[in-house]
Design a protein around this ligand. Structure first.
Ligand SMILES: Nc1ncnc2c1ncn2[C@@H]1O[C@H](COP(=O)(O)OP(=O)(O)OP(=O)(O)O)[C@@H](O)[C@H]1O
Ligand SMILES: [Mg+2]
Ligand SMILES: [Zn+2]
Length: 496
């Protein structure tokens, strides 16, 4: 008898429904899986065989065929073990078929029949919901992420026998007790950063409006230190953002027992030796890159001049569109990539250009600074040159404001923006139409801005960026209309 089990797989971060057909026929004993299966799925045969046997069921010495459909899409991973096993057991009549249509079934089997965690669980639950499937049977370890989606019954399971008994209506499976997620506090705080008042101001503006920030300066001035503290002043994630980010991490296989969902804004700091695929995503089967893992959070490119130029250039499109589209012969996927970009570097090879003791030649300096292309710089909202601390600042113990104090102001400014846009959008993402409405200037201010176009070599994009940053500065101040002082401050963060 042919039995059909509903399951799912994903491409990028989007899941699709898949049918696992199992048939047991008379003939020479064999076990085949067809439908574009990769190596992991072939290995699945061994796990399924052992798990079924070790759970106390018996497979007959006959011809067994599994078909994964649709057949045209490459499938990867071990999450088909469980639907394959259930399919076979259903063909044998061990599992009754009456409940099978109600559930998506997913899970990796270990040889003794235990069910192991899978990647992309939340993505599958969302897919079940979109396809009006009542419930989903998946590994106990995926319960927390799966349970974030309302409207789909989540059945968390631990071993094969439990699934068989459940489908046969012999047992009910209670959801595990809700775990309390205690948000761990950040171990760093802005209070630890001495001086660098302007840099802190830029970080605050960046956090408030979602603006990209490039710090260029002397070694040991505190650039890396400042960037690492940006997450401590960002507002908490809302439910939609938590689901979105959890989806990305789940399909990338990055959720762990101690981090079963993503409820804290991500901070990604890829090394400059990272490949293009690691940074933007892609690969044989498409995986999220650092820019998508940083979605809803921060992407920090430290020592940015050390990144290969080609790799940096791939950021141009996603920085503009807030998402990345990857097209290969086998697939086309789109993944979100809406983050705050922070970049840091030295101004020259010796690092001391701003301290009047630079030992580099002009051509060395130029070559060094040209590693960041014009188009990439054009996508930066805030640019700041940072010098080392003065003796007084360095020797003193005087500490600045705490992250909590700054976060309060950031939150206030964000609330103004959310109210203005009627959603969780922020100034950094304003559309041209919204800019027309919310970035109006009085005649005098407008004239001064227009006069500065040549001084700062403003492009169409950077002109808009000045307006957006000014909007955020006004919001931090709680002022309705952008004023000259806001424009002047925003201009002071442009590279001359
Ligand atoms: N403003 C500061 N306040 C307090 N400590 C600082 C400050 N700047 C630097 N330090 C100290 O120096 C260390 C190095 O700072 P950091 O790594 O942030 O420098 P950097 O600007 O990133 O340098 P590089 O260009 O070499 O990467 C910090 O870990 C901290 O101990
Ligand atoms: Mg550094
Ligand atoms: Zn130098």
């Amino acid at each position: 008898m042919v039995s059909k089990i509903l399951s799912s797989s994903y491409i990028g971060i989007e899941s699709y429904i898949l049918e696992v057909e199992a048939d047991i026929m008379p003939g020479l004993p064999s076990f085949n899986i067809v439908g574009l299966a990769d190596a992991a799925i072939s290995e699945s045969k061994e796990r399924v065989r052992a798990a079924i046997k070790n759970s106390g069921y018996e497979l007959p010495a006959r011809r067994m065929v599994i078909n994964l459909s649709p057949a045209g899409i490459r499938k990867e991973g071990a999450s088909f073990d469980l639907p394959i096993a259930i399919g076979l057991l259903s063909s044998l009549g061990v599992v009754e078929s009456k409940n099978l249509k109600k559930y998506l079934v997913l899970g990796e089997l270990s040889l003794n029949g235990d069910i192991r965690k899978i990647d992309g669980a939340i993505n599958s639950v969302i897919c079940a919901k979109e396809n009006n499937i009542e419930g989903i049977i998946l590994p106990r370890e995926n319960y927390e992420e799966a349970n974030m989606i309302k409207g789909v019954e989540v059945i968390p399971v631990e071993d094969l026998t439990q699934v068989v008994e459940f489908l046969n209506g012999n047992i009910v499976i209670d959801p595990p007790k809700e775990k309390e997620f205690i948000e761990s506090d950040y171990i760093v705080d802005f209070r630890e950063v001495k001086g660098q008042i302007q840099a802190k101001r830029c970080i605050e503006i960046s956090a408030a409006g979602g603006h990209n920030f490039y710090m260029i300066g002397t070694p040991g001035a505190g650039k890396s230190m400042l960037a690492k503290r940006l997450p401590t002043i960002l507002p908490p994630m809302n439910d939609d953002e938590i689901i979105e980010s959890t989806k990305i991490y789940s399909s990338a296989g990055l959720l762990t027992r101690s981090m079963p969902i993503i409820s804290k804004r991500p901070f990604r700091s890829p090394h400059h030796s990272s490949s293009m695929v690691a940074l933007v995503g892609g690969g044989r089967t498409p995986k999220a890159g650092e820019i998508s893992l940083a979605h809803n959070g921060v992407l920090f490119l430290d020592e940015v001049t050390e990144f290969p130029r080609m790799v940096l250039e791939t950021l141009r499109q996603p920085l503009e569109d807030k998402k990345i589209s990857i097209t290969r012969a086998e697939y086309r996927v789109e993944m979100p990539a809406d983050m705050i970009l922070i970049m840091a570097s030295n101004p020259c090879p010796c690092g001391n250009l701003f301290e009047n003791k630079c030992t580099c030649s002009i051509s060395q300096i130029q070559r060094y600074q040209h590693k960041i292309s014009g188009p990439l710089l054009d996508r930066i909202d805030l640019y700041l040159e940072i010098k080392k601390l003065s003796k007084e600042e360095l020797g003193g113990f005087e500490t600045g404001e705490s992250s909590e104090e700054i976060r309060k102001r950031v939150n206030k400014a964000r609330k103004i923006q959310w109210k203005r846009f009627g959603s969780s959008r922020i100034n950094g993402n304003m559309t041209p139409k919204e800019m027309k409405t919310y970035c109006e200037l009085d005649d005098n201010t407008k004239k001064i801005l227009i006069d500065s176009i040549d001084t700062f070599g403003l492009s169409g994009r950077s002109y808009d960026k000045v307006l957006k940053v000014s909007r955020t500065i006004a919001d931090l101040e709680g002022v309705e209309n952008i004023q000259l002082a806001h424009i002047m401050e925003a201009l002071s963060y442009r590279k001359k």
